[in-house]
Design a protein around this ligand. Structure first.
Ligand code: GLN
Length: 384
């Protein structure tokens, strides 16, 4: 075991997704904890990977990523958000959104810079800030609906603030930005000229009930100050492929690539060619994802009505929060252990995403599962 003194992240254990997936496997539970589908990406996409491997696309991709895939990202961003991003200077393909988030932080955060994150916040944000010498300033989202309290954000900002990290649709809460959120952000950027934004939009295609995804790429002034990050893993049911991308204006992207070239140099070539071909042939796939997951959300929620869990159907992502206060007084970490070990369903405790202690008795379920898996899981949950 490494001594604590050698660690650059003292106090951080193994991340919650690894812990809960392991516990779930050890106890043969149904894993609704770590966010990944229990179905594969499209057959045609998987075939394209072998095809490109056989055709000799097995050497380094260019630093910025395979041009055909950057071109597809540019077309998508233009079609959905109206932004003309230059694939040569404003788009980089990355080994997952996780690497992109780290590179964006590393590109612009200097020692002592402050970075505002909104709690609950996805697990890699704060470690990424600390590893780059930044100082996290954690601001809670509104308790009632996990919307952003822009006044609190503004109160946390100072001339030392370098980055504001945002996430819409939000993991774990499922809340999504409205047009008013983007307006509030634009006003803040005008008042803080040194501030940049890292916008984690990996669930961009999973927004429900007819609402649009409010990408920061859709606002020209905000986009000029933002790194916008997404993940092919989420969109094409291929989280294990580890592939995503970042869009940013040329000066920010130059700084991003400076870091990216020394962390991973470039991203898996055959996967990139395959995704590029698939996107060109099936632009509709991403557009249909919202309805695909809305149907799964509705099924999961209708089944969950028969349990003692209480919930508001999630507005986006493939996660559903559920209050278990009618079932137990245990803290959520303990409740999740018990749920996994004694009742056969793994979930994620929500308190781990916040710095401040959380009173609420809430867990997160992933509903990116076959209908049959969801039925089996909820039949176990309904027995509690
Ligand atoms: N993003 C996934 C989740 O929220 C997990 C990814 C991971 O395990 N690093 O569950």
């Amino acid at each position: 075991m490494q001594q604590a003194a050698d660690q650059k992240l003292p106090g951080f254990g193994t991340n919650i997704f690894t812990v809960m997936s392991q516990l779930s496997a050890d106890h043969g539970a149904i894993n609704l904890a770590q966010g990944f589908p229990d179905y594969d990406g499209p057959q045609a996409l998987r075939d394209l990977v072998s095809e490109h491997m056989q055709r000799g696309h097995n050497q380094y991709a260019p630093l910025a990523g395979v041009p055909a895939l950057r071109e597809q990202v540019a077309q998508k961003v233009k079609r959905l958000y109206g932004r003309a991003a230059n694939p040569d200077t404003e788009i980089t393909i990355t080994p997952g959104a996780t690497e992109a988030l780290f590179c964006a932080l590393s590109a612009v955060v200097h020692r002592g810079d402050e970075v505002v994150v909104l709690d609950p916040s996805y697990d890699c944000y704060v470690p990424g800030i600390l590893l780059n010498g930044g100082i996290p300033r954690r601001v809670p989202l509104n308790h009632s609906d996990f919307s952003v309290d822009w006044q609190r954000v503004e109160d946390a900002l100072s001339p030392r603030s370098r980055v504001l990290m945002l996430n819409t649709p939000h993991n774990p809460a499922g809340s999504c930005f409205s047009a008013a959120d983007v307006d509030a952000l634009r006003a803040i950027l005008e008042r803080f000229p040194r501030l940049l934004v890292i916008s984690d939009e990996v669930y961009e295609h999973m927004v429900f009930d007819g609402q649009p995804h409010r990408s920061l790429l859709g606002d020209p002034l905000v986009a000029e100050r933002s790194f916008v990050i997404s993940s092919f893993g989420k969109t094409y049911h291929i989280t294990g492929w580890r592939i995503g991308y970042c869009v940013a204006p040329p000066s920010l992207m130059a700084a991003f690539r400076q870091v990216h070239q020394f962390i991973n140099f470039s991203t898996n070539a055959p996967l990139s060619y395959a995704i590029a071909d698939y996107m060109a042939a099936h632009p509709e796939f991403a557009d249909q994802l919202g309805l695909f997951y809305q149907r799964k959300r509705d099924l999961f929620c209708s089944l969950l009505e028969d349990s003692k869990f209480r919930f508001t159907p999630t507005a986006g992502t493939y996660f559903q929060l559920a209050d278990y206060s009618e079932l137990s007084d245990l803290p959520d970490t303990e409740f999740c252990r018990q749920l996994t070990m004694d009742h056969g369903v793994a979930a994620i405790p929500v308190s781990v995403f916040s710095e401040a202690p959380i009173d609420a008795r809430v867990v997160r379920f992933c509903f990116a599962k076959e209908d049959q898996t969801l039925r089996e899981a909820v039949s176990l949950l309904a027995r509690l």
